[in-house]
Design a protein around this ligand. Sequence first.
Ligand code: ANZ
Ligand code: ZN
Length: 821
Amino acid sequence: MRQYSPQKIEQKWQKIWRKTRAHQTNLESKKPYYCLDMFPYPSGEGLHVGHWKGYVLSDVWVRYKRMQGYDVLHPMGWDAFGLPAENAAIEKGIHPKKFTQANLKMFKKQLNDIGAMYDWSLEINTSRPEYYKWTQWIFLQLYKNDLAYRKKAPVNWCPSCKTVLANEQIIAGKCERCGQDVTTKYLKQWFFRITKYADPLIDDLEKIDWPEKVKTMQKNWIGRSGGVEVEFKAKVPEKRAFLTARRRVLYWTKPKELTIPVFTTRPDTLFGTTYLVLAPEHPLVKVLTTKDKKEEVSSYIEKTKKEREIERISEEKEKTGVFISAYALNPVNNQKIPIWISDYVLPTYGTGAIMCVPAHDKRDFAFAKKFKLPIVQVISPTGKETKLKEAYVEEGKMINSGEFDGIKSEQAEDKITDWLKKKNLARQTVNYRFRDWLISRQRYWGCPIPIIFCEKCGEVPVDEKDLPVRLPKIKDYKPLEGESPLARSSKFVDVVCPGCGGMAQREIDTMDTFVDSAWYFLRYPSAHIRDKAFDEELTKRWLPIDAYIGGIEHATGHLIFFRFMAKALKDLKLIDFDEPAQRLFNQGMIYYKGAKMSKSKGNVISPDPLIKKYGRDSIRGYELFMGPPEQDIEWSDQGVPGVYRFLQKVWNLVTSYQSATSQQPNKELEQLMHGTIKKVTEDLERFHLNTVVSALMEYTNQLTANNQQLSTEHLETLLLLLAPIAPHLSCELWQKLGHKESIFKEKWPKYKEELAKAEKIELVIQVNGKVRDKIEVEAEIQEEKAKEIALASQKVQKFTEGKKIIKTIFVPGKLINIVVD
Ligand code: ANZ
Ligand code: ZN
């Protein structure tokens, strides 16, 4: 008997798969299934075993789907634009294209190592003109429908390098290159109007089978918050001039009434409002501030400009602010309250002004304490005033609130709102935390934005027939003073205006790479088509994605952007669905020596030596066996050898098999086989891949122990169930059993329900630690059911009758102990 030698087998089968184009998609399929891996950025680092995890998962899944009779689309491509290639270009002087090309080659080889069934004939690369032509086309569709627009917005700016920085280039508020403090600069930039879809982006989460965790993260990110806008009035002196009869200008001042709307989610606390705070950037600050305060206020505004948003709103941050010597009237009781400015109010959220209720809001409380502002309690747990050591943020009974005293605060919310609405002093509103998507980058290695600026015609979109706007070759990739390095290429910049034929200039910003990846899923089925971004019929057939697999780190980035894209394109009638992926699976990360496996941590395990020693199938098996696939798990050096021994056992079992030795089918083995098919199938459906592997190990052990009573079917079933996990080995052994056709052309095995009954065990039942009964139950029985069965036993009831059950102790698969007093 020959030894199991994975190297030979794996190379042999990969060659056969390539030769027979085994992984080519039948694009004309009547039973299509689209499984997509988040495509990688081809970095220079290559793949380690941590990267394998997601790719192994998706490959197991598509191989299973294929055996279920689906035509599977499982493509791969490259998210190839982006900063690292550009940095390498700046540092090493290599053209980003060359750099990307070299990495990509290595990546492709490494991905093929996994033995995954990618259809490379549909490969895409976002940095190729054949692809970015369509990224530009999509930009134009959004632009023509008012979903892309340009406005002034802040960028991170390093004053010493004189360059715009991406967020990744800022470390603790400082420039990663020179260590200078990063400041803000305002540039005109492009946005996608993603906020238009805030509601459907939240509401449609209901329709899709995604992990709850991602849904929650997206909801929080969008941050929908229903509340009320309440109007506060303020009086400011207004200078008026008139001419006297002698034509001399005279001035006098007259109080003028202004309205300051505030956004609150807590109208029930209105009577407790003791001051207002405006964002320092609020337009009314200039108008309201008295002369003597002007200087203090403008220096505070300057200081605020340097701060970052997350720090501003932090509850822990020491409160700062300036009283601007103006007052407002509280609409519910006409009390005169002071107006302050402070950085903890953001100019971009709500109305940029808030009513402050120190008794019931933590940040207001801290502020009022610091500046000795009055604190008035209006909600109390008891209905009486209590001593407040901190803000009371719970519900309770209304106090100090005039006619609303005594009712519950939840009711007061509506009542006070209605009362103000009647007087036209309030209206219901909804606010969102998230903003429009800033897609401009002042960078070279990205997709050019197809817009031309003309002095006469203004903003002119490039004609669709002139796409793609190609990235020019340039010599120096260093960003210029706040501009993209594309500004250096006059060949690129200077252009004839499509509107008037005069001289004009191209937009020099490029697009955020997340634009490239927001629509790539649409390109794959049409990757071979030259004259369209995506073909209507193919799109209808293959989309939306049936299963999307990738990391959770994209929860509030890419995974929102591509949903936005689907919704926008649906509105433009370019596609007929509004959710890009029906099912999402996030694989967990692999840790090693206590830290996430990564090159920067120096704890990377390369698959290469493991491939040599144990083979790809063993690595695949261990990546699944190591634990629930969605969890972060520590890599064990014993893992791959362990799975290797298991596969060796399979090898020995099958290769030593002669032919059916006994005519009499063994009933127990029959049951085991059907039970295993059932378990493996059900666990696969739920993505419980670790227990799929353990069930196959158990099955193999049983077959080995009973190897005198085997039938061919027992072994074939083993190989069929194992095929998605260890495809090379299964193909080889399938051939050894005498089959001419590939195992992947076989049907997924079916089980007979009556034979697949769950395994039984004898459950020991104790009362206060003494054995009182033993009952046969299903091996997988859960605590609740075990307790129910135990308490139904007459033998047990004798000892529990009339007694109180204190607790039960359950040992799965073994016993339940009922503790009574
Ligand atoms: C009065 C009040 C009393 C508030 C109270 C809270 C508790 P969410 O739920 O996140 O929407 N707020 C409004 N605009 C703000 C801004 N531009 N910058 C900082 N804070 C702002 O939060 C809404 C609440 O956050 C609003 O309700 C307002 O404070 C504050 F016991 O108004 B509240
Ligand atoms: Zn023009």
